[in-house]
Design a binder for this molecule. Structure first.
Ligand SMILES: Cc1ncc(C[n+]2csc(CCOP(=O)(O)OP(=O)(O)O)c2C)c(N)n1
Ligand SMILES: [Mg+2]
Length: 557
């Protein structure tokens, strides 16, 4: 015998059954039933964000850092519309976010009331599953289905529309129970043997590691595999997190998402091994084909869509990296004869020496530039790497200042960085808040371009209101520098006239410290490395949010 329960309370009870402790939202009239239920709720902490794109990015950060479902609640069509850019980023990053929106009462929609539009069809392009709950009795089944789907590999956001009449209806319903799809699928053994033969036969293999490896927590298995193959390890372009430790002597850092960068890199190799990395998300149509003719590919991924998506793939391994990599390493070991083993050893030693030489050169350059004011972004990244303790977590929306970040994060263990994968900017500030709420014991440092910060600057208010102790570093070059660099490279009118329309963020310069103060966040402006380091140390040690307005070199050619 079930006891009668009202839809809005049932919704919260179901979320608690799914383990939800935090909900990010921005309310309107269609959310009033939910807001009333929340007034009687002590176990779910409602985090108010002051625009729906922030709600979405906070939930994205929380989902990625916690590895569990995050909940975002937005307000009908315009609220969901505002959230779409950051929903795109969450979709690209495979973040398990349950997005919900209040909806007008069913039937009322035919009169076209205020703010009304069909919602599931709006969300559908960027979610794994979208539905409207038609009756309170359906809520347990649909909510459990949505959360199960969000978390099942390949993970990703899902959407439920919650009409007001459903939230206010009372019914006798069974709560049901959560389901979790066990994710650790081992790849096909015959395909592993085929892959191992290709690996053993390769002269100059290269590994690109990506999100699927990070999401399955496969760093130890990836290290063992890379060492067994003696191959350099790159990260996919726009990595969401660190699948491989930067301090490892085979670590090469992220690839750049341009065909003209990827091709010469791959020309050095004869076998491309992707461990959960996409091939390739480019930012411009390639001027040269990124893949050299005849290059063979071995690809392991939790998402079959990624296998052979753009390029024929010799060994397409569908499986979880943590489970499948040890099988692959073992098969490689079996496939190597004595001369193969000595080939691996020589290659390993050479790669380690090359990586060390490149690191020394970059390190020296960063040190040379360290006395500049405004700061060299490269030196700033070096300072970040040297200042952050191992337990720190980095949020990366560095845009054109990224060079060296991954290389210099020598203290950072795998899993301690989250990047803006989808490329929709304005993600970093709110995402950092979500990450910090998931990882309450770790200092979170967000590195964010000044342009990117201004898409979501009011996230600072939430940081102050909820006492979320993120250190926000604004990489302030007073411009959309990346766009100036790209436009200048086309050698058009802008380059000839030195006139970059819509890319200068000055006249007036943005007063980031003033913005922070106005929302209750402490702030400090710095323009040299020693003061930056002091401010960063202060931010890491403090239990309240801090904004550092870091003046960096704006030159772009
Ligand atoms: C939502 C969204 N709008 C616009 C863009 C286009 N865009 C890409 S980078 C960029 C400028 C970034 O400026 P900033 O954060 O200051 O970094 P910088 O280039 O100066 O390093 C813009 C506008 C985008 N990627 N996403
Ligand atoms: Mg900028």
């Amino acid at each position: 015998m079930n006891t009668p329960i009202v839809g809005r309370r049932l919704f919260l009870e179901l979320l608690k059954q799914e383990g939800v402790k935090v909900m990010f939202g921005n309310p309107g009239t269609t959310e009033l039933p939910l807001m009333d239920a929340l007034a009687g709720e002590d176990e779910i902490h409602y985090v108010l964000a002051l625009q729906e794109s922030l709600v979405m990015a906070m939930a994205d950060g929380y989902a990625r850092a916690s590895g569990s479902v995050a909940v975002a609640n937005v307000h009908v069509a315009p609220g969901l519309g505002n959230a779409m850019g950051m929903l795109f980023d969450a979709h690209k990053a495979g973040s398990p976010v349950l997005v919900t929106a209040g909806q007008q009462a069913q039937g009322f929609g035919i009169t076209e009331p205020n703010l009304y539009a069909e919602l599931p069809s709006l969300a559908r392009p960027f979610v794994k599953y979208a539905a409207e709950v038609a009756g309170v009795g359906d809520l347990p089944r649909l909510l459990h289905r949505a959360v199960k789907t969000a978390l099942a590999p390949p993970s990703g956001p899902v959407f439920l529309s919650l009409p007001v009449d459903v939230m206010n209806a009372e019914a006798d319903v069974a709560m049901g129970a959560p389901t979790r799809v066990a994710p650790f699928i081992g790849a096909d053994l015959d395909e592993i043997t085929r892959a191992a033969r290709l690996l053993a036969a390769a002269e100059r293999p290269v590994i690109i590691a990506g999100d699927a490896a990070a999401q399955s927590n496969a760093a130890a298995e990836l290290i063992a595999f890379a060492d067994a193959l003696g191959a350099p390890v790159y990260l996919e372009g726009e990595p969401t997190t660190l699948p491989f430790p930067p301090a490892h002597p085979l670590f090469r850092g992220p690839i750049t998402r341009l065909g003209s960068w990827i091709r010469p890199m791959l020309d050095q190799h004869d076998l491309l091994v992707s461990i959960g990395a996409d091939l390739f998300t480019l930012s411009l149509p390639p001027t040269v084909e990124p893949l050299p003719p005849g290059m063979k590919i071995v690809h392991l991924d939790t998402d079959p869509w990624q296998l052979g998506k753009n390029f024929p793939t010799e060994a397409a391994l569908f499986g979880d990296p943590r489970t499948s990599l040890p099988l692959l390493t073992k098969a490689l070991d079996a496939a190597l004869d004595t001369s193969g083993r000595s080939k691996v050893k020589t290659r390993h030693a050479k790669t380690v020496a090359d990586v060390a030489a490149d690191f020394a050169a970059l390190d020296a350059r960063a040190r040379e530039e360290a006395s500049r004011s405004p700061m060299s972004p490269l030196s700033l990244m070096q300072a970040v790497g040297e200042t952050l303790p191992a337990e720190a977590v980095v949020i990366d929306e560095t845009i054109s200042s990224a060079a060296g970040l991954f290389t210099f994060l020598r203290n950072a263990p795998p899993g301690s960085l989250f990047g803006n994968r989808g490329g929709g900017i304005g993600w970093g500030l709110p995402a950092a808040i979500g990450v910090q709420l998931a990882l309450t014991k770790r200092p979170v440092v967000a590195l964010i371009g000044d342009g990117s910060a201004m898409y979501s600057i009011q996230a600072l208010w939430t940081a102050a209101h909820d006492r979320v102790p993120v250190t926000f570093v604004i990489l302030n070059n007073r411009s959309y520098r990346i766009l100036k660099t790209r436009l200048s490279a086309t050698q058009g009118i802008a380059a000839q006239r030195g006139r970059y329309v819509g890319m200068e963020l000055d006249q007036p310069a943005i007063d980031f410290c003033g913005l922070a103060h106005s929302m209750g966040v402490e702030a400090v402006a710095v323009n040299d490395i020693p003061s930056f380091v002091a401010a960063l140390q202060r931010g890491i040690a403090s239990q309240t949010p801090l904004l550092i307005d870091a003046a960096i070199d704006p030159s772009f050619q």
